[in-house]
Ligand binder design. Structure first.
Ligand code: DGJ
Length: 730
């Protein structure tokens, strides 16, 4: 009998381990509230300790109303769904344990809330009592901006290493009748093109596996209308963005209960990430906002939050500039540069940026085939040195900036010859080139030191360097890290962590430096990078016509103050299109204005117009940098494009309007309904940069109500005509 009981006890322990039976306890059902000024995210904790998202949207009052909420017949995803248990849907967490098992069941342990200034942080502690794996769900609720950041911390409190096969930042479950997804795809020179689809049952994924340069093809962000139609102005709308510059994955799954579950985080592709005993992994932030005022409301929330919290020196105005790239490419010497500086200063620009081509002695950078990695100035091109040209710019009253692409090496460089082990590669295989270059392995701390040092040495070339353009022109192919040896699964995650380490060190030493995030245009436009950068280069496509769609798409997620936007020559180098100079200025002035051409090619009349546009931009750019954006007419939907920025106090605004295609000569005017104005205030309307206005009401005052209700109808005559109006309350 005793032997039988012992055997029985052994079976019971094997099937229900003591740890599991001892610690797993029933809890009192409750609701955790994560609230901002105008939104509420509610997590229901049921009596089994399962935690689920039961509401995200407008406040519903007492959260306890959801305590007994019954989600319906089918098991709804957990607030952080894990592979295992009773759940069949898409997972946020998938852990492979040392014994070969894949199941994780997370239960509520406790939660706490802490406030600092405008941010309320709620941390929900979950645990798998069987494997001792713990997860903290962390929500930062930005009260005024109505933005909620969500990430997880995964802790292996067991005794053996586990592998994280999926380790998302967040899992959000919504219930609506319709889910209309707007997301952004593109390529080099066509970034952030909006695409829209009504989600149906099954899974829709937006992702990148490119390692770096991740946002060219898809951007890790979206707008979700909880309605069958998209609206800029009305209806419950959610915007989301992942703050991660590496491989990402955002999946949208409508389950058989018609719920939408959004799982967002680092892409687990080739990244079975090892988590040793006692170690934890912190996932990047997933950013969410909800608005009842359509996509316009959601993007204004994101912009306000981004300016204040999410970008380096987000509140500051960055200078107008002349960039040397399209005006000189690799073909310059000191006189070319000094001439451009003279012209930039004369036109009223505030910064000159010396782009690619200034470095490399043994392997001079005279084309994209050589020199990357050898960050010493080319004294054949600029014998007087970088300090000389930087000081010259300062002597003309403008700032000086310089280009660098520190993560890369051309095979034709001293660096590649000296440190072949620093190149991303798979042993024994061909190391593929893209734009004639290889990529350095930032998962290696020695490479991080080199990259940091390259930036530090470059900035130290002159005390007059005020701005750096950090470029990154290729993605990872045939990946591998000699440094990581047999632990290649760490490569993609640790590359991005290595990149952020370098950024952190750069910012510790150079907090005031203005640094542009460029990646062959807009291939690193994400909130992970923006934390360290003042702005991004939106696209290499400087054609004003192409820019309408790129900038509109970008503006859904990112604020205009971050959006580098340049006037270039015609025919445009990327498209061959020819547009009027004023149209080009009026498009570029809706972001951080710059020029990118050889000013010597401009006629006297064109220079005068350029000076005039730059001068007027300086008068209203505080609105572009800090105002609320209202998108009025979409270049995706029709022949007109219009947008406006309004000051917080609603006393000033700037309106940009464009005719993209005139289809009928008898249609003389276009009525735009302005938004964001105070209906009762009277605004004086002044068109910029023209002697004769295209609007009959120019120079007069009108109420906000009049301007919003159909009285504002400038005559935009001809394709590629445009007008900019400043509105000032009397
Ligand atoms: C790609 C960038 O996007 C361009 O603006 C320019 O800096 C080139 N690289 C230089 O190689």
């Amino acid at each position: 009998m005793k032997a039988f009981l012992t055997a029985f006890a052994a079976i019971v322990v094997a099937v229900f381990p003591a740890q599991a039976r001892k610690e797993k306890k029933f809890v009192e059902a409750s609701v955790i509230e994560i609230a901002t000024g105008n939104t509420q995210l509610l997590l229901q904790v049921d009596s089994r300790g399962e935690v689920r998202t039961v509401h995200y949207g407008a406040p519903v009052g007492d959260p306890a109303q959801f305590t007994d909420y019954d989600a319906g017949a089918y098991h709804a995803p957990d607030a952080y769904s894990a592979t295992g248990g009773r759940f069949f849907g898409q997972e946020a967490l998938h852990v492979l344990y040392a014994d070969g098992t894949h199941n994780t069941e997370l239960y509520y342990v406790s939660h706490e809330t802490e406030s600092r200034q405008d941010i309320v942080t709620t941390t929900v502690h979950l645990k798998d009592f069987f494997t001792a794996l713990e997860v903290d769900l962390v929500y930062d609720a930005y009260q005024k901006e109505n933005v909620i950041l969500s990430h997880s911390v995964i802790r292996n409190t067991g005794k053996k290493e586990v592998k994280l096969l999926n380790f998302a930042s967040s899992s959000l479950t919504l219930k609506a009748d319709d889910y209309l997804l707007t997301h952004f795809h593109g390529d080099w020179a066509t970034e952030m093109q909006m695409e829209r689809e009504l989600l149906t049952h099954g899974t829709k994924v937006i992702e990148s596996r490119r390692g770096v340069k991740n946002t060219h093809v898809q951007n890790p962000s979206f707008v979700l209308s909880l309605a069958p139609h998209y609206s800029e102005t009305d209806g419950p709308t959610i915007a989301g963005a992942l703050a991660w510059s590496g491989n990402y994955r955002i999946s949208f799954d409508i389950d058989r209960g018609d719920r939408l579950n959004i799982v967002a985080g680092i892409n687990p592709f080739a990244s079975a990430y090892p988590l040793g005993a006692g170690k934890s992994f912190t996932t990047p932030e997933m950013i969410y906002t909800w608005s009842a005022d359509g996509a316009g409301g959601a993007s204004r929330n994101l912009h306000r939050w981004a300016r204040k919290y999410a970008m380096w020196n987000g509140g500051l105005v960055n200078p107008t500039l002349l960039n040397s790239w399209e005006g000189a490419y690799f073909d310059f010497k000191t006189p070319t540069i000094l001439g451009m500086i003279d012209d930039a200063a004369a036109m009223g620009l505030e910064l000159f940026v010396l782009d690619d081509g200034w470095f490399g002695m043994d392997y001079p950078r005279n084309s994209d085939a050589a020199g990357l990695g050898d960050w010493e100035p080319n004294t054949n091109k600029i014998p007087e040195g970088i300090d000389y040209v930087a000081s010259y710019a300062h002597s003309k009253g403008i700032k000086f900036g310089i280009w660098i692409e520190p993560e890369m090496a051309n095979p034709a460089s001293n660096l590649a010859k000296k440190h072949p082990e620093w190149i991303v590669q798979s042993p024994g295989r061909e190391i593929y080139q893209d734009r004639n270059q290889w990529i350095l392995d930032l998962s290696n701390p020695a490479v991080q030191d080199f990259v940091y040092d390259a930036i530090d040495r470059t900035v130290s070339l002159s005390p007059g360097i005020d701005y750096v353009k950090w470029d990154c022109n290729r993605a990872v192919m045939s990946f591998g890290s000699p440094y990581l040896g047999e632990e290649q699964d760490r490569f993609f995650v640790e590359y991005t962590q290595g990149l952020y380490n370098v950024c952190r060190r750069m910012r510790e030493k150079y907090p005031k430096l203005i640094v542009q995030c460029c990646s062959a245009g807009g291939a690193r436009v994400d909130y992970g990078a923006l934390r360290w950068f003042n702005e991004f280069w939106t696209s290499d496509n400087t054609d004003a016509i192409s820019r309408t769609r790129i900038q509109w798409g970008t503006s859904l997620i990112f604020p205009a103050c971050a959006m580098g936007s340049h006037v270039s020559t015609v025919p445009n180098h990327q498209t061959g299109n020819i547009t009027p100079l004023k149209f080009r200025f009026d498009i570029a002035s809706a972001g951080r204005l710059g020029m990118e051409l050889q000013p010597k090619t401009l006629s006297g009349e064109e220079r005068a117009l350029a000076s005039r546009c730059i001068e007027s931009y300086k008068g209203y750019r505080d609105l572009v940098f800090g105002g609320d954006l209202y998108r009025l007419a979409s270049p995706y939907d029709g022949d007109y494009y219009a947008l406006m920025y309004v000051s917080e106090d609603k006393r000033r605004a700037v309106v940009f309007c464009y005719c993209l295609r005139q289809v009928n000569r008898s249609v003389g005017t276009k009525t735009f309904r302005l938004q964001g104005l105070d209906p009762a205030l009277s605004y004086k309307v002044t068109e910029q940069n023209v002697d004769e206005s295209c609007w009959w009401g120019n120079g007069k005052a009108f109420t906000g109500a009049f301007l919003s209700e159909g009285g504002f109808n400038p005559a935009l005559l001809g394709s590629n005509s445009s007008a900019v109006f400043v509105l000032e309350a009397l």
